[in-house]
Design a protein around this ligand. Structure first.
Ligand SMILES: [Zn+2]
Length: 280
């Protein structure tokens, strides 16, 4: 079975966890470390003959179009992560539409075809921003990977279908395929296993067992990672204990763990997995 692998292409200083240190107006004066993570990721994918979907921030595509080109040249999928990492409920419907359009222009200027997929900043497609499905359908998107079926203080839709499903846009624009990052049910709740801090925190054996469980249900797995997770030497910033734990824990493990999974499972783009499942 083929599984979906994805990367949210953003700088370490654009992560919501560290926002207090890096106001948007100062981003252009922070030295980029994108090459370190993107170089490691593309080399690992090439070593294992794997493909992935790269959800680019429009802000990144404007400043680093070379990485859009390199992803496309290597056969990967380029999709949208929005322009500059704002929460959907802060943008509102009109702001979201403008944010998508600006990102599409940046991707197109870098040579990418119109994106079919979207992932919101920080999984902020929740019941509070469900209108986003109408905006996405109206702009021609075919799938989304922004709903996280977990309980979390900021994001999450706890009872949401954890596999591939179809969502009817609430305003009647049509339907969109939803493919959330992977979770496994445990003690009556869905737990994230598809990436982020959990992927670096849990023992690899537990991640493997979780992935085997999802596969045994006949479901494709969806993993997500970020270039900054492949950059253990990134500068340390002051933040709360929990934010520091989530951002910095076990960064040196991301690459070997990804390679262990690439050696054992077949990973490809969201687009290919969703076509295989028969929903695109
Ligand atoms: Zn992000």
């Amino acid at each position: 079975m083929q599984h979906a692998l994805s990367f949210d292409v953003e700088e370490y200083f654009q992560v919501a966890n560290l926002a207090g240190n890096f106001p948007r107006e100062g981003w252009d004066s922070v030295p980029s470390r994108l090459d370190i993570g993107m170089g490691a990721i593309l080399a690992a994918l090439e070593r294992h003959g794997a493909q992935a979907t790269f959800f680019f921030l429009g802000w990144i595509a404007e400043r680093h179009p070379n990485w859009v080109v390199r992803c496309l040249d290597a056969g990967h999928e380029v999709a949208s992560h929005g322009y500059d990492h704002r929460f959907l409920w802060e943008l509102g419907p009109g702001g979201f539409e403008a944010d998508l359009a600006r990102t599409e222009r940046a991707l197109s200027a870098a040579g990418a075809p119109a994106p079919l997929g979207f992932r919101a900043s920080t999984f902020t497609l929740t019941k509070r921003s469900w209108w986003a499905f109408d905006t996405l359908v109206a702009r021609g998107y075919r799938y989304d990977s922004s709903v996280h079926p977990v309980r979390h203080p900021v994001y999450g839709v706890p009872g949401f279908e954890p596999g591939v499903s179809t969502v009817q846009a609430p305003g009647g624009a049509g339907e969109l395929v939803e493919f959330p990052v992977s979770t496994v049910p445990f003690f009556g709740r869905n737990w994230p296993v598809g990436g982020g801090g959990y992927f670096r925190l849990l023992p690899l054996s537990l991640t493997r067992a979780a992935l085997a469980r999802i596969e045994s249900l006949g479901r494709p797995v969806a993993l997500y990672m970020h270039p900054w997770e492949f950059d253990p030497a990134q500068p340390r910033c002051p933040a709360g204990a929990s934010a520091r734990l989530r951002h910095y824990l076990n960064l040196e493990r991301t690459l070997p763990r990804l390679e262990a999974l690439l050696a054992q499972h077949e990973f490809t783009t969201y687009h290919k997995v969703l076509r295989e499942v028969g929903v695109l």
